[in-house]
Design a protein around this ligand. Structure first.
Ligand code: PSV
Ligand code: MN
Length: 428
């Protein structure tokens, strides 16, 4: 853990500068009259992000992996890392598990362990895209040709059973959602019938949905390609919506920012899904080419801002209560540093979106004044909201400069000392 006193100690060196920057911004905001610094900070304080358990170790590609050392060896150690992120950022207070990469033998014990560190369990994730002994009836079936879409009913049943077991595990952990991302698709034209595959998946999701307890949600996560390179069953938001509708009332669509073909207007998708009441949540990351899983906001910060803007519009001035999660692969950076940077980017974009003068924007839109509309958005986007975000953190005892504190206390070195240099986080 990073001690609160160590954070306070580090904060002292940047408090004066922050106070100056914050005061200036608060004054400008008061003059503008769109919202106040206090109002923005109250909303930022209430904002909660989840970290994925699978992104706490170094990622990699099929060409190689370059481990950083000190990677979490168990789900408990992943929770320790999330707790560190929480103490530094004040925002990341949840972990999303991926089964069987995480396969707790004592869920009640794990729940207590997480609770003691102030960490809750966000959406549970299932894995029917790999053949793991526990999900393939000890190797008697294979997901090589798909899971819920498979032409073999025995395979489909195994995939459904795995999803139900993960829901049960989630109940024991205090989670309340299941995210289903399927690799199902084809690699060759003619390999399978598109409609048959879709209908099997819709039926499977419906059966899984029937197992959801009261108060639970299910998220369908689409992705255009990879590992299926010719067709993917749940390939875009349209299919995701159809599948959610077929699954049932508790099913919503999850938008992973990397799961869109180049130049897709993701903020418009957000608006559409919210409009029909089927937007469930996000997997934040960024991409240049495909599902690159890069640091959120590192490539397209304006897109991230526009997404938050759409969310605030959809929520009538408030951010809707959805599942907000990061999903990245940290191939060369320290995973914790990357998650810190993404958290910063997400909260900055959220704060900027709160600065949009919504009434003025609607007026400009109604008058077809495109230049004014753009000006309103750009004014908000070009505001440096870092003092608001940092002051929010300072007030809740987190770090003014999370990355600086993380490096300053030598946290990775400490982890390497405890966990060794050659540990591999499960699932990687
Ligand atoms: C698929 O690329 C994905 O985005 C899904 O969310 C998976 O669960 C996750 O990455 C890990 O493979
Ligand atoms: Mn994802």
């Amino acid at each position: 853990m990073i001690d609160r006193n160590a954070i306070a100690e580090h904060n002292r060196s940047s408090e004066l500068r922050l106070a100056r920057d914050f005061e200036h911004l608060a004054e400008v905001m008061a003059d503008d009259g769109v919202t106040t610094a206090e109002c923005v900070m109250t909303k930022l304080t209430g904002f909660s992000l989840a970290a994925p358990s699978w992104a706490l170790g170094t990622g990699g590609s099929r060409f190689g992996r370059f481990p950083i050392g000190g990677e979490p060896r168990t789900t408990e150690e992943k929770i320790d890392d999330v707790a560190v992120l929480h103490s530094l950022t004040g925002t990341v207070d949840a972990v999303s598990l991926h089964v069987p990469w995480d396969d707790p033998s004592d869920p009640a014990g794990l729940r207590e362990y997480a609770q003691a560190q102030g960490i809750r369990f966000d959406a549970m994730n299932t894995n029917t895209f790999q053949d793991n002994p526990s999900t393939t009836d000890q190797g008697r079936i294979s997901y090589k040709y798909g899971s819920l879409a498979n032409s073999d009913p025995t395979v489909r049943e195994a995939a459904i059973a795995h999803n139900k077991q993960v829901i049960d595990l989630g109940v024991a952990l205090g989670s309340s959602a299941l995210t289903v991302w399927l690799a199902d698709g084809t690699n060759h034209p003619g390999q399978a019938d598109h409609r048959d595959q879709f209908e099997r998946v819709a039926d499977g999701l419906h059966q899984i949905h029937e197992h959801l307890p009261e108060g639970w949600a299910m998220y369908t996560e689409h992705k255009p390609y990879e590992p299926a390179f010719y067709s993917t069953v749940n390939q875009d938001w349209g299919s995701s919506l159809l599948l959610a509708q077929a699954a049932g009332d508790k099913a919503y669509c999850l938008v992973d920012l990397g799961h869109h073909l180049p130049n897709t207007n993701i903020e418009q998708i957000v608006s559409r899904l919210a409009m029909v009441g089927r937007l469930g949540g996000f997997h934040f990351n960024d991409s240049k080419y495909g599902d690159d899983d890069l640091t959120t906001g590192s490539i397209r910060p304006f897109q991230l801002f526009l997404i938050f803007h759409e969310l605030i519009r959809a929520g009538d001035g408030r951010l809707p209560e959805l599942a907000y999660m990061i999903d990245q692969s940290h191939n060369i950076k320290d995973p914790l540093e990357d998650l810190i940077q993404s958290t910063e980017a997400i909260t900055i974009a959220y704060a900027q979106a709160m600065l949009v003068d919504q009434a003025e924007l609607s007026d400009a839109q109604n008058k077809n004044d495109a230049a004014r509309a753009q000006q309103i958005l750009q004014t908000a986007y070009r505001t440096d909201t870092r003092p608001l975000v940092a002051e929010t953190r300072r007030r809740c005892g987190a770090a003014i400069d999370p990355l600086g504190v993380y490096r300053g206390v030598g946290y990775r070195e400490r982890l390497i000392g405890q966990r060794g240099t050659s540990t591999v986080a499960t699932g990687l």
